[in-house]
Design a protein around this ligand. Structure first.
Ligand SMILES: Cc1cc2nc3c(=O)[nH]c(=O)nc-3n(C[C@H](O)[C@H](O)[C@H](O)COP(=O)(O)O)c2cc1C
Length: 211
């Protein structure tokens, strides 16, 4: 069991649409006093998506966390995806939970198939074999039978499948409203419930939504 005070979280970012989801998760984790450290691993296509969707280029990889946050990163350490010998590639590492956000169908297939040929897939494999929390924010549409079978396989091995599907019951007005609610739900899955998260309260909330 990890000894560090505060959670140690790995965030894998793969090449599915939704770099803004990774950005929001990293902003909230970096600013969360309950979090001690964040290991960040971004696949090659994940880096491309940061550039294409958010205009954030990788350049010097070490500076990527600060560029993603738009401020100096206090707790985020970036690890090269090629380094399958990094600390998080071992079950002996102090990692409590891992998010893959967004999770491409390619990375999902690697995880579901146990193909640990890059650090994102290996770190996820470690979470499953150690019985620790792994949340896969899968994103594509529509899903093929292969995608669905891979999701089932990963879920049966212990992963939480959390498709990047926004909710609308909190009356979102902006993209940030959609993104924040979704990421708050993701962080709640790893034991980091957020004050910002809208909670459905039943009948009263329904009336408010109709108004
Ligand atoms: C602009 C762009 C958007 C993409 N969007 C998705 C997507 O939403 N879901 C997905 O599964 N793959 C998507 N892909 C394809 C993956 O990036 C591709 O399959 C890649 O090999 C995945 O590698 P990775 O999992 O190592 O990042 C996209 C690719 C590009 C360039």
């Amino acid at each position: 069991m990890p000894q560090t005070q505060g959670q140690v979280v790995t965030v894998g970012v793969s090449g599915a649409s939704g770099a803004i989801l990774a950005q929001k998760a990293l902003q909230l984790l970096d600013g969360d006093p309950r979090v001690a450290r964040v290991h960040l691993v971004v696949t090659e296509t994940g880096q491309r998506l940061f550039a294409e969707e958010l205009g954030i280029s990788s350049g010097d990889l070490k500076q990527l966390p600060s560029r993603i946050l738009g401020r100096p990163a206090a707790k985020i350490e970036i690890l090269p995806n090629t380094d399958v010998g990094a600390s998080i590639a071992s079950g002996s590492s102090e990692v409590d939970s891992m998010l893959v956000v967004p999770c491409s169908m390619g990375t999902l297939a690697s995880i579901a198939g146990g193909i640990s040929d890059d650090l994102v897939a290996r770190a996820a494999d470690v979470m499953l074999k150690e019985g620790r929390k792994l949340v896969l924010c899968v994103r594509d549409t529509p899903f093929s039978r292969i995608h669905l079978e891979n999701m089932l396989r990963a879920q049966q091995a212990g992963a939480v499948i959390m498709p990047a599907i926004p909710a609308f019951y909190h009356q979102p007005r902006t993209i940030d409203d959609l993104v924040t609610q979704y990421i708050c739900r993701v962080l709640a899955q790893i034991g980091l419930p957020q004050e910002k998260m809208y909670r459905w309260t039943g009948q009263g909330a329904a009336k408010k939504a109709e108004a």
